[in-house]
Design a protein around this ligand. Structure first.
Ligand code: ATP
Ligand code: MG
Length: 454
C-alpha cells in the first residue's frame, strides 16, 4: 500500500468505527423498545400489574439518551459536521434535535402515568398503555431516521477531518452520543434491565421487590415500639418508635451521643432491649440471637467500618458470608460485589488495612452484602470521607435501593441522608423528636436549624 492508499484506508476505518458505535447503541435501544412492547402486552393481555422497578429502569435508560442530549443536542459532533457539509439535512436535524427535547418531557409524563397506574390499578392502565405506544412509535421513527438518512448522508458527505473530529469528541467522554463514559452508563443500565426482565421475555428473571414508590400498601419490614435500652443504670433510648417498610430508605439523624448507634445495635441484637417490642417481617425479634438475625437478613455495617485490617480484602468479603455455607452461590455473590466495587477486585489480595478510608467503607459494605441482607443497617457510612467519595457511597446506597433492598441509614450528614430518604427520624438524647418524609424533614424549621446549619 502506498502512503495515500494507507491514509484513505485509515480514514475509512475511522468512519466505520464511528458508524459501528452508533449502530450498536441503536441496536441496544431497539431491543429495549421491543422489550417495552412485550411488557405492555403482558400488562394488557394477562392483566398483570406492571413491574414498576423494571419499567422505571427502562425509563432511566431512555432518559439517559434524552437527558444527555436534552440540554445539548447542538453539541452532537456528528450533527454539527453534517449541518456544515450537507445543509439540506438541516430541517431533519432540527427535527431530530427537537425530538430529544420533546422525548424528555414525554418520558416524565410516562413516569407519572405509571405511578398513577400502580396506585389505582387497574385504573390508569389504558392511559399508561396509550402513552407508552405513542412513545415507542416516536422513538422507533427517530432511530429509523438516524439510520436511514443521517448515517448514509454522513457517510457520503463528511471528510476525513470530520470523522477524526467525531472520534475525538467520542474520546473526550462527554459527547452526548458517543462519549466513553456515557456509553459505560448505558451498559450499566442495560445490565440492570436484563437482570430484572422475566425469563419468559429473555431476561435473567432476577427476583426484586416489585414496588418501590407506592409504599402506602407496602408491608412493614421492621417495627420498633417503645424501645428502651440502657448501659448499666443509664437509660440511653427512651421509648423509641420506628417503622421501616419494605423497599424504603429510612434515615436517622441526630447529634453525637443521641443514641443512634445504640439503636442500630439493638436492632442487630448486639445490645439488649430492656423494654418494648421489635418485630421483623411480622415476627417477634426479642428472643432471636444476633447471628440468627444476620442469617434472616438484618445486617449491619458498623460505625468506623471495622474491617479486619490484617486480613486480605478477599477474606474480609468471605467472612461476610459466615452464616452461609461455602457454595457456588457465595462465589457468584463475590463476583457481584467485585462488579459493584471494581476497586475491591483490584485490591483483593491487599490487606484491608492498606486500603484508604473510602475503600474500607466499600469493603465494609461489600462484606455486609455478602450476607445477603434484606434490611441493611448503615452506621454513618460517610463519616470522615472526602466529598467525592461521599457522593460515591450515597450513589451506592441509591443503587441498593433500586435493587430492592431496604435500608436504615444513620447519618450526621443530614442534608444528603434526608435528600436520599423516603422517610426519616430525628433522634435527640434517646427520643424521636421529629419524623416525616425526607422532604418534610428537609423543610422542617427545627431540622434546618439544628442539623442543616441554616
Ligand atoms: N458501651 C457503652 N457503655 C456506656 N455508655 C455508652 C456505651 N456506648 C455508648 N454509650 C453512651 O450512650 C449514649 C449514646 O451513644 P451512641 O453511640 O448510641 O450515640 P450516637 O448517636 O451513635 O453518637 P455518635 O454520633 O457519636 O456516633 C452516649 O451518651 C454514649 O456516651
Ligand atoms: Mg454512633
Amino acid at each position: 500500500m502506498n502512503n495515500a492508499e494507507h491514509q484513505s484506508a485509515s480514514a475509512r476505518s475511522r468512519r466505520d468505527q464511528v458508524i459501528r458505535t452508533i449502530v450498536q447503541e441503536h441496536q441496544g435501544l431497539w431491543r429495549i423498545i421491543d422489550l417495552l412492547d412485550q411488557l405492555q402486552q403482558d400488562m394488557n393481555i394477562n392483566a398483570t400489574q406492571p413491574d414498576e422497578l423494571l419499567f422505571g429502569t427502562i425509563f432511566d435508560y431512555i432518559e439517559h439518551f434524552s437527558k444527555r442530549v436534552h440540554s445539548q443536542p447542538k453539541e452532537i459532533k456528528l450533527y454539527q459536521c453534517l449541518r456544515d457539509k450537507a445543509p439540506d439535512t438541516a430541517d431533519l436535524l432540527d427535527k431530530l434535535e427537537k425530538g430529544y427535547l420533546v422525548g424528555h418531557e414525554r418520558l416524565q409524563e410516562l413516569r407519572d402515568l405509571l405511578h398513577d397506574c400502580m396506585s389505582n390499578w387497574p385504573q390508569g392502565r389504558e392511559d399508561f398503555s396509550h402513552s407508552l405506544s405513542r412513545f415507542t412509535q416516536a422513538l422507533r421513527k427517530h432511530i429509523k431516521k438516524e439510520e436511514g438518512v443521517v448515517i448514509p448522508r454522513a457517510r457520503e458527505s463528511l471528510s476525513e477531518e470530520d470523522w477524526v473530529a467525531i472520534i475525538e469528541a467520542r474520546d473526550q467522554t462527554q459527547d452526548p452520543l458517543f462519549g466513553e463514559r456515557v456509553r459505560e452508563e448505558f451498559r450499566e443500565l442495560r445490565h440492570q434491565i436484563i437482570s430484572m426482565t422475566p425469563e419468559h421475555l429473555g431476561g435473567l428473571g432476577i427476583v426484586h421487590s416489585p414496588r418501590v414508590t407506592a409504599y402506602h400498601d407496602q408491608e412493614e419490614m421492621l417495627a420498633i415500639k417503645g424501645a428502651v435500652t440502657s448501659y448499666g443504670q443509664i437509660e440511653v433510648l427512651h421509648e423509641v418508635d420506628i417503622s421501616i417498610k419494605s423497599g424504603e430508605i429510612v434515615s436517622l439523624v441526630g447529634a453525637n451521643g443521641a443514641g443512634k448507634s445504640t439503636l442500630l445495635m439493638t436492632i442487630s441484637g448486639l445490645q439488649p432491649l430492656n423494654r418494648g417490642q421489635m418485630t421483623y417481617q411480622g415476627r417477634d425479634l426479642n428472643r432471636v440471637a444476633a447471628d440468627r438475625r444476620v442469617a434472616e437478613g438484618i445486617v449491619q455495617v458498623p460505625e468506623g467500618r471495622q474491617v479486619f485490617k490484617d486480613m486480605s480484602v478477599h477474606d474480609n468479603l468471605l467472612l461476610g458470608a459466615y452464616t452461609r455455607s461455602r457454595s457456588p452461590e457465595v462465589d457468584e455473590d463475590l463476583e457481584k460485589i467485585y462488579a459493584k466495587f471494581p476497586i475491591l477486585r483490584q485490591k483483593r489480595h491487599n490487606l484491608a488495612g492498606e486500603l484508604s478510608g473510602g475503600q474500607q467503607q466499600m469493603l465494609a459494605m461489600g462484606r455486609a452484602l455478602m450476607a445477603r441482607p434484606k434490611l441493611l443497617l448503615l452506621d454513618e457510612p460517610s463519616m470522615g470521607l472526602a466529598p467525592l467519595i461521599v457522593e460515591e457511597i450515597f450513589n451506592t446506597i441509591k443503587d441498593l435501593k433500586k435493587e430492592g433492598m431496604t435500608i436504615f441509614l444513620v447519618e450526621q450528614n443530614a442534608s444528603q441522608a434526608l435528600a436520599l430518604a423516603d422517610r426519616g427520624y430525628v433522634l435527640e438524647t434517646g427520643k424521636v423528636v421529629v419524623e416525616g418524609t425526607g422532604k418534610e424533614l428537609l423543610s422542617n424549621e427545627k431540622v434546618q436549624e439544628a442539623y442543616l446549619g441554616m
